[in-house]
Write a protein that binds this ligand. Structure first.
Ligand code: PGA
Length: 252
């Protein structure tokens, strides 16, 4: 289908003022010869400027781990999409399962954040995925369908053309328990078919759907060899430049 893979490193609440630019520098050095893969890193908010400085002029994108659903104003502690664009960010994660779980983010809030990101010129990586109880209860497809339908509600086709989806089964995040390539592929295929009904076939074929959840250098190639897996959202392994570069290499 010609979808260029995207490898996204979600640093979560890790690194500091010294280690964040160092990690970015190492990632840059170790991935500079890769041409057929897009790479992006998602440092914690205060470390973003130092990472942008290191990656200035490079092909590696920088993104926020979250943004506010509000435009601006009296929202203490919040960070707007426009602030991220003004710094030089090109991406933001939206609806990561840790935001959904610990900050009670609803599908409706994820939708508002997705629209804010698009309006500010950011590429949203909209995260979806079922919990273990939902998988065990046979509710995986229904859960993901609602997350996608509500999360992307009201988007024009032009807007949707800039969205990236990440399928991250919650039971696989940070647990060392990865979905099998077959488990990932069946949900990715389901999402793509859903996008064709919600938007159109062309959009569905062009949308990148990343897999996330304990992606490592040792399992990345097999996961990304699936026809509908277009890259990875990497948490733990993105904190090692060697591991992250190896994952990017297996995509490109
Ligand atoms: P993990 O995290 O790779 O550590 O499982 C993935 C994520 O939360 O994006």
């Amino acid at each position: 289908m010609g979808r260029k893979p995207l490898i996204a490193g979600n640093w979560k609440m890790n690194t500091d003022a010294v280690s964040a630019p160092n990690l970015a520098r190492e990632v840059l050095q170790k991935t500079s010869r890769l041409r057929n893969v897009d790479i992006a890193v998602f440092p914690p908010f205060p470390l973003i400027p130092s990472v942008l400085k290191v990656l200035d002029g490079s092909a590696i994108g920088v993104g926020a781990q979250d943004i506010s659903a509000e435009l601006q104003g009296a929202f203490t502690g919040e960070v707007s999409a426009g602030m991220m664009t003004s710094l030089g960010c090109s991406y933001t994660l939206v609806g990561h399962s840790e935001r959904r779980e610990y900050h009670l983010e609803s599908d409706e809030l994820v939708n508002r954040k997705t629209i804010r990101a698009l309006e500010a010129g950011l590429i949203p990586i909209v995260c979806v995925g079922e919990k273990l109880s939902e998988r065990d209860g046979g509710e995986t497809f229904a859960r993901v369908e609602r997350q996608i339908k509500v999360g992307l509600a009201g988007l024009s086709k032009e807007q949707m053309a800039r969205v990236v989806i990440a399928y991250e089964p919650v039971w696989a995040i940070g647990t060392g328990r990865t979905a099998t390539p077959q488990q990932a592929e069946e949900v990715h295929e389901f999402i793509r078919k859903l996008l064709a009904t919600l938007f159109d076939q062309q959009i569905a074929d062009a949308t990148r759907i990343l897999y996330g959840g304990s992606v490592k250098a040792s399992n990345a190639r097999e996961l990304m060899s699936q026809p509908d897996v277009d890259g990875a959202l990497v948490g733990g392994a993105s904190l090692s430049s060697d591991d992250f570069a190896a994952i990017a290499e297996s995509a490109g």
